[in-house]
Design a protein around this ligand. Sequence first.
Ligand code: MG
Length: 310
Amino acid sequence: MTNQVIQLNAKKLSEVATYYEKHKIIRSAPGVVFAAKLTDTSITGYKSGKILFQGAGAEREANRWSSELIKPKVSAAKGDTLPPGFSQTSVIGSDETGTGDFFGPMTVAACFVSTDQIELIHELGVKDSKMLTDPLMRKIAPDLKEVLTYSILTLGNEKYNKVQAKGWSQGKIKALLHNQALKHVLNKMTPQKPDYILIDQFAERGIYYNHIKMEKEIIRENVLFSTKAEQLHVAVAAASILARVAFLEEMDRLSLDAGVTLPKGAGSKVDEVAAKIVFAKGEEYLSTITKKHFANTGKALAIVNKKRNH
Ligand code: MG
């Protein structure tokens, strides 16, 4: 079965809906504004302006509207050139989060989305996670866990600080976690194999593999790297949501433990909350819930010292 996806603006979308009016069917999935069924093609139009054509006649029907296409934004994505039709192939995607946050863990997730799951994953509300809010991602994540083969790794602060003190860079830590998460997913889905693996690029291929060269098992087969990968395959978008929600859940747990809502990021709000925590629970405790080597540690201690000297 072939799938074709096109993106139109709202006005064109309703023209397409009118065109297929005679073949209209009712589909009450989230985000669907119309659906139609021809003898050889199913057509689903989404609020976002996307139209999905499925079946033997998919290409013919999609081409009918190709002159109406919104030109895809010229993407500044860096990395591998992806094969044609990549977004409709079966892919394990991986992504990480928490790397820029003083409080809380670093998390990495990988998940497998097969070609025939792509539409479902879209319907569950998965899109570029930069367009989704945290509460929405928390809502979607359980559904993703229900239907996908995945691995989520949460590197807690104490472990992070330990390996960081050993001299491991964030790049190395990330690379090791990505490799591990990919390995887990591949093992879980055996004997099935993905067409490709796509890593949301944080380091170039050579650097990535240099980081993990001492590992026993190194995942190399059909591995592609690209920045903005969550826009290139829904598997990366889904992985990004899983990693983000794992981060949020650990932040919830740590906030409860610390007795204060821990802010994200590494800005001045973070310094102030960190200083309060040092007053309440001590410097040692602070290092158990933070990435200690960040400049925020010094800034928080400066606030503490200033107050103590007053
Ligand atoms: Mg990323």
